[in-house]
Design a protein around this ligand. Structure first.
Ligand code: NAD
Length: 505
């Protein structure tokens, strides 16, 4: 039985020690780490200087040169060992996620489970990095494609999935033969230190074939992220965060022809159709809109309810919103923890005031009188999609609107500038298929009878429009971390040219 402290600061420090983070890494730094549960500072970690960041990226590049020579299934073995470390450390790391990001314990543990799942996926993938054999138009020729590693993959991550997002990228990048340089959110430096310690333990077990510098950590703010974005030794940057961040990062990557994998803001919607199973729909809406205190990129923010079911859905939702427990995310029965910081609370209050001015009727949404930033989730009945509805406010606000016909509801859903996740609740096959068709949802994720939040790792994750267009995690997302070479081999003694071109000298 491990010791659990009531005080979140003591609790976090004890967990960090157990996870193998050196006490020295937590002393005398310039980057304060807080727990949103009380708002207290836990400790200060050192952010990396620009010079040191450059040295670490250089080290990662040197590691890549060696790592790419190892057969992919052998690279998979390192990821398998890392997955084992995560299994052993799941309870501690999950709890640390709760303490640093404020999500309830089952979600903290779920985030670590997601890391374990992507490791398993990547291990299998390490034996399946297939290329195609292609039909060639020339006799005695063979044409094929080969996939090669890229180099150092830069990962910039957001506070709300402080560890899983890195693992989605790193597990795939590593089996694909790359090194990884990680700039975690400055709001969650401690979980990053813990993950780095676990990775180093796995690398030590793997032995000298895992070169030093294979995964490096660059703690710091946006300025350190920008160094990664501008470094010519980094051919791919996978950046997760707000659309505002993506707007700065994307043109800088484009300017040096580097690859960008962007996972940006969402403004996700669900449609409740006349035939919906309301029991199921309301449960799904509750989790999607209130889970993680509305701080998921896939959080449900806009709900379109058919006018014949509107009153019933609203009254059921009001009851659920009134009884949901908000509080210390470590407590059994609490489903909604704190917002990450005071700025998030202010953004929520400002959005609610704006919604009210635009004709919204607000139910709930007030702050709790306790340390930390705790709010009751808000339901807002809106007459239409005012500007505030079309913006992502990273807080538990659900805008509820009526609709009359499905085409109109789909058009309204697609009117948001973001295109991450979407759902329809219906038992009508024609409606479900219409929603999933080319003239249906324009999002990267479209679900039927499931909320927009809580994706599995097996599918490709990401969204369109202002969400940035990136795809990571499952399916064939691994291709983003490799470069494709087309190879043509002539095993004859003639030199036929393609397209029948003749060139006799
Ligand atoms: P944020 O944009 O404030 O920060 C994200 C990361 O980007 C941080 O590490 C930050 O230091 C870095 N950064 C900021 N400006 C930068 C710059 N100019 N150059 C390089 N790096 C820079 O986001 P946040 O508040 O941590 O997270 C919430 C946002 O992230 C929401 O908009 C949410 O929807 C989005 N998000 C998206 C996904 C997704 O998969 N689509 C997943 C999680 C979060």
């Amino acid at each position: 039985m491990t010791e659990v402290f009531e005080n979140p600061v003591q609790d976090a420090l004890a967990l960090l020690a157990r996870l193998g983070v050196s006490r020295l890494a937590l002393e005398g730094g310039d980057l304060p780490a807080h727990t949103p549960i009380t708002g207290e500072e836990i400790c200060r970690v050192a952010s990396v200087s620009p010079a040191e960041a450059s040295v670490r990226i250089g080290g990662a590049h040197a590691a890549f040169l060696a790592w790419r020579r190892l057969p992919a299934p052998r690279r998979g073995e390192l990821v398998r060992l890392f997955g084992e470390e995560l299994r052993t450390a799941k309870a501690d790391l999950g709890r640390l996620v709760t303490l640093e990001a404020g999500k309830v314990l089952s979600e903290g543990l779920g985030e670590v489970q997601e890391m374990i799942d992507i490791c398993d996926f990547a291990v299998g993938l390490s034996r399946q990095l297939y290329g195609l054999t292609l039909a060639t138009e020339r006799p005695d020729h063979r044409m094929m494609e080969t996939w090669h590693p890229l180099g150092v993959v830069g990962v910039i991550s957001a506070f709300n999935f402080p560890v899983a997002v890195w693992s989605w990228n790193a597990a795939l990048a590593l089996v694909c033969g790359n090194a990884v340089a990680w700039k975690p959110s400055e709001k969650t430096p401690l979980t990053a230190l813990a993950v780095q310690a676990l990775f180093e333990r796995a690398a030590a077990r793997f032995g000298p074939e895992a070169p030093e510098g294979l995964c490096v950590l660059l703690q710091g703010g946006a300025d350190i992220g920008a160094l990664l974005v501008d470094d010519p030794r980094v051919p791919l940057v996978s950046a997760t965060g707000s659309t505002a961040m993506g707007r700065k990062v994307a043109p800088r990557l484009a300017a040096r022809f580097a690859r960008a994998l962007l996972e940006l803001g969402g403004n996700n919607a669900a449609i409740v159709a006349p035939s919906a199973d309301l029991e199921l729909a309301v449960r799904a809406v509750a989790f999607s809109a209130m889970g993680t205190a509305g701080q998921r990129c896939t959080t449900l923010r806009r709900l379109f309810v058919h006018e014949t079911r509107y009153d019933e859905v609203l009254s059921r939702l009001k009851a659920v919103y009134a009884r949901v427990r908000v509080g210390d995310p470590r407590e059994e029965g609490v489903l909604v923890g704190p917002l990450i910081d005071p700025a998030a609370g202010e953004a929520m209050a400002a959005a609610l005031a704006e919604a009210e001015r635009a004709g919204g009727r607000i139910h709930g949404g007030g702050p709790l009188d306790r340390p930390g930033v705790f709010v009751r989730p808000a339901l807002v009945e809106m007459p239409g999609q005012a500007e505030v509805v079309l913006r992502e406010t990273f807080a538990p606000i659900l805008y509820v609107m009526r609709y009359r016909d499905l085409a109109g509801a789909i058009a309204a859903q697609n009117a948001a500038p973001q295109g991450l996740s979407s759902s329809i609740f219906t038992r009508d096959l024609q409606e479900a298929e219409r929603f999933l068709s080319a003239e249906g949802s324009d999002c990267g994720i479209a679900n039927v009878n499931i909320g927009p939040s809580g994706a599995e790792i097996g599918g490709a994750f990401g969204g369109e429009k202002e969400t940035g267009g990136g795809r990571e995690s499952g399916s064939d997302s691994w291709k983003a971390y490799m470069r494709r070479a087309t190879n043509t081999i002539n095993y004859g003694s003639a030199l036929p040219l393609a397209q029948g071109v003749s060139f006799e000298v």
